[in-house]
Ligand binder design. Structure first.
Ligand SMILES: [Fe+2]
Ligand SMILES: [Fe+2]
Length: 146
């Protein structure tokens, strides 16, 4: 399977899994049971093992292909001002995506550390839940657009 095809399939898988987070977040509003605590660990692990590698792969595919298409790299593009506009839009969109990836990475790291602190009794559960909600919102918005 090509990498772009694989990334597209992963979008579907990630969106499907995020739909389950809706229920998890509702469940967590009324406190945390043993089952939900296990789920939290699993979801944190999933973000680390599936979502973060996905966004990394996306960057390693999309960014190189974009730089191949810069005006410096293509005489044809340099001649076509229309394409310049399209290219600028593409670059702007990609930079936005890159920023969104950074936000996801940062928030995933906060979630991971909030979870670890809570497990050692050093943070309140509301911090973990708030962090999970932020990860959810970021992932939901980002993968909803992709
Ligand atoms: Fe993606
Ligand atoms: Fe992405």
């Amino acid at each position: 399977m090509s990498l772009t095809r694989q990334l597209r399939d992963e979008h579907d898988q990630i969106r499907r899994r995020l739909r389950d987070w809706d229920d998890l977040l509702v469940e967590l509003e009324s406190g945390i049971g043993t089952f939900a605590a296990l789920r939290l660990k699993e979801e944190a692990q999933w973000v680390r093992s599936k979502v973060l590698p996905h966004i990394y792969a996306e960057e390693s595919v999309i960014f190189p292909s974009l730089s191949e298409r810069t005006p410096e790299g293509s005489v044809t593009l340099r001649r076509l001002s229309n394409d310049h506009t399209q290219l600028r839009e593409l670059i702007a969109a990609t930079l936005l995506m890159y920023e969104a990836h950074d936000l996801i990475r940062n928030e995933a790291a906060s979630f991971k550390s909030a979870l670890a602190l809570w497990e050692r009794g050093k943070a309140s559960f509301s911090k973990v839940r708030a962090s999970l909600e932020r990860v959810f919102t970021l992932l939901h918005d980002h993968f909803g657009e992709e």
